[in-house]
Ligand binder design. Structure first.
Ligand SMILES: [Zn+2]
Length: 157
């Protein structure tokens, strides 16, 4: 039971990656936007770069603190996060980048669904089926990711 509770979640690879990314942006003099992680119980202050006037960007993102998926909605000068629940992920991924290559299996958690959807997008962009590591994700999200890759391998064999 050593230091298991109350430990700040600031040593994950995801947080390292995020911190480095923000430092890089800041060092280029980019103006950053602030918003809070949309998940209650987290509310982590997230920074992001802005976009040009008239543009909107809405990538699926992962909170560096709680590691849950959300939609990052960025317009010029403002940003917010939208919780990406299973139905939203399925629908919105469909709307933005076309239907999922394989539907998310029934009765899985939202976190699992997020991992699955991420892998689906990853494969669409030509990602490697034999990828070895995706960072220290929540267990269920990593499971969704791996099972989507496994399904793809099965489909191609
Ligand atoms: Zn969070």
């Amino acid at each position: 039971m050593l230091g298991h509770e109350g430990q700040p979640m600031c040593n994950t690879p995801l947080m390292d990656f995020y911190t480095e990314h923000i430092h890089t942006l800041e060092s280029t003099g980019a103006s950053l936007l602030d918003f809070e992680c949309p998940y209650s119980g987290c509310g982590f202050g997230i920074k992001t770069g802005t976009v040009a006037p008239g543009l909107m960007d809405a990538p699926l993102s992962t909170c560096p603190s709680c590691e849950r998926f959300f939609w990052k909605i960025v317009q010029h000068g403002r940003a917010c996060g939208l919780r990406a629940h299973r139905a939203t992920v399925t629908r919105a991924v469909g709307a933005l980048i076309g239907p999922l290559g394989l539907p998310i299996p029934e009765s899985r958690s939202d976190v699992y669904a997020a991992g699955w959807a991420y892998a689906d997008g990853y494969l669409k962009r030509g990602g490697d089926l034999a990828v070895e590591r995706v960072g220290d994700w929540l267990e269920d999200k990593a499971k969704g990711f791996w099972e989507r890759l496994a399904a793809e391998r099965q489909r191609k064999s």
